[in-house]
Design a protein around this ligand. Structure first.
Ligand SMILES: [Zn+2]
Ligand SMILES: [Zn+2]
Length: 221
């Protein structure tokens, strides 16, 4: 097996290792602070799991295809990882905001992700095919424009998978995380993901919420 074929597996492996690690962490630290009970969810855990699994398995040959025909052959540039992080957060913020602004896009592309009112780690990439295609195409155009090489792409995507798994978990005591607020409390806030929050702060869509500030009817699982 050549190196690039092995690298094509890495984002998928990182996703499930992250799921495993974060699940263990939340079990040990008992940090489940959800606003709602999980029966609010409109998709079963098994359907979300299978959908994500299929998406991530399909990504392996797609990555290799992209290596063969898409990415540059430059030397690895460490600073490109920071550029990749900025690129992913930029695409995510503006695509995500657009999904919530244009009703047709919400209904046909993004609504599926919000079937998880109470998110969980392995559902982090539970998206409709249309959303996956739009967001991934926008990111790939960015990677192509900036002349990323294959390893830079794999490292950036793998880091984003680790962060998106963390985004869909309840990692803190007495606090619902930034992206879980978007799922559970106010879907018109907190669009940026998976790394930072500066676009939300810049454009007035940032909401930080602690459990103690939530309405009394809050029911903590
Ligand atoms: Zn989400
Ligand atoms: Zn959303």
């Amino acid at each position: 097996m050549n190196n690039e074929l092995i690298l094509s597996f890495i984002p998928t492996v990182v996703y499930y290792l992250s799921v495993f690690g974060v699940e263990i962490y939340t079990k040990i630290s008992k940090t489940k602070n959800s606003f709602y009970k999980e029966n609010k969810n409109r998709v079963s855990r098994s359907k979300a799991f299978l959908t994500v699994l299929i998406t991530l398995l399909l990504q392996i040959p797609t990555n290799y295809f992209l290596f063969l025909y898409f990415f540059s052959t430059t030397e690895f540039r460490f600073y490109y990882i920071f550029l990749g992080i900025f690129l992913i957060d930029t695409v995510e913020y503006f695509c995500h905001r657009l999904y919530h602004t244009v009703p047709w896009l919400y209904k046909n592309a993004h609504k599926v992700h919000h079937e998880m009112v109470v998110p969980y780690t392995y559902g982090a990439l539970y998206n409709s095919a249309l959303e996956s295609i739009i967001t991934s195409s926008a990111m790939l155009l960015g990677f192509y424009y900036f002349n990323f090489n294959f390893l830079e792409y794999i490292v950036t995507i793998s880091l984003s998978y680790f962060c998106t798994v963390c985004d869909h978990a309840y990692l803190f005591q007495n606090k619902i995380g930034f992206h879980c607020i978007h799922h559970e409390i106010n879907s018109n806030k907190n669009f940026q993901q998976p790394f930072f929050t500066f676009y939300d702060k810049l454009f007035g869509t940032y909401q930080e919420s602690y459990v103690s500030q939530l309405p009394r009817r809050a029911s903590f699982a």
